[in-house]
Design a protein around this ligand. Structure first.
Ligand SMILES: Cc1cc2nc3c(=O)[nH]c(=O)nc-3n(C[C@H](O)[C@H](O)[C@H](O)COP(=O)(O)OP(=O)(O)OC[C@H]3O[C@@H](n4cnc5c(N)ncnc54)[C@H](O)[C@@H]3O)c2cc1C
Length: 214
């Protein structure tokens, strides 16, 4: 994971109301074959409009334009962003929250951990490669953070996240479940949660990347 702090005089009206908002990063280079600029989505992890700064946290996977840009970025480099275009603001009056995902979801989950009301029960299921990749997740009373490790099992994210969600006991009361991970893992998690009795309208399961992409 690489955290990069951006500074701009144009951030005075930057707004991000939802912890899983995203901005578009416009990557330098030739763009795609249809002439559009190359864009990738990232979560505004922190921002301070008065100071004109915001932070993104990049999971550096094997290869991809955004990963390459983040890997080599240095002080003084410039890049354009757009958005966020809209925020999904989830009510902070649920009885509990489930926050699950892989490395790409950690910024959104960390933000939600910081922004939820005090002492509300939260269960996190977080998939990373190995214990040393465990991220500096904010602590809070009432939260239980369950790390699970891929340990070289590439392509098995759906099973790993699915098994953890299957064995987790759905608490009583009304809860909200947020899942962000590889597309099939998120879809699988949605189905498991629905089968466990979680109301579908209180599940947000998003594919943050696709293993089928080239
Ligand atoms: C709403 C939203 C918010 C997001 N926020 C963040 C964030 O804050 N931080 C963050 O790191 N990512 C975040 N992501 C995920 C990020 O946009 C993707 O991982 C993106 O594909 C990375 O672009 P790239 O140019 O590095 O790779 P791409 O060019 O998109 O992909 C190149 C290859 O890498 C593979 N790949 C892509 N992502 C991964 C991965 N995570 N693990 C393994 N292989 C991968 C693809 O399958 C493909 O084969 C977010 C995605 C969404 C939709």
């Amino acid at each position: 994971m690489r955290r990069i702090v951006f500074r701009s005089d144009d951030l005075h009206d930057f707004e991000s109301l939802g912890p899983d908002d995203h901005i578009k990063l416009f990557l330098p280079g030739e763009g795609s074959a249809d002439g559009k600029p190359l864009m990738r989505d990232f979560t505004p992890r922190r921002f301070d409009t008065a100071a004109g700064v915001f932070e993104l946290e990049f999971f550096l996977h094997d290869a991809g334009p955004a990963t390459e840009w983040a890997r080599q970025a240095g002080v003084g480099d410039r890049i354009s962003i757009g958005g966020p275009r809209g925020s999904m603001v989830v009510a902070d009056d649920f009885d509990w929250y489930l926050l699950a995902g892989d490395e790409t979801a950690l910024p959104a989950i960390a933000r939600r951990m910081e922004e939820l009301r005090d002492r509300v029960p939260v269960h996190c299921i977080l998939l990373v490669e190995a214990p040393e990749d465990s991220f500096d997740m904010p602590q809070r009373d009432g939260a239980h953070v369950q790390w699970i490790y891929r340990a070289g099992r590439v392509g098995e994210d759906a099973d790993l996240i699915g098994t953890a969600i299957s064995t987790w006991e759905l608490p009583e009361g009304d809860g909200f479940a947020f899942v962000a991970a590889e597309a099939r893992a998120s879809q699988g998690a949605r189905e498991i949660l629905a089968a466990k009795g979680q109301k579908e309208q209180w599940i947000k399961a998003a594919g943050y990347w696709s293993a089928l992409a080239t």
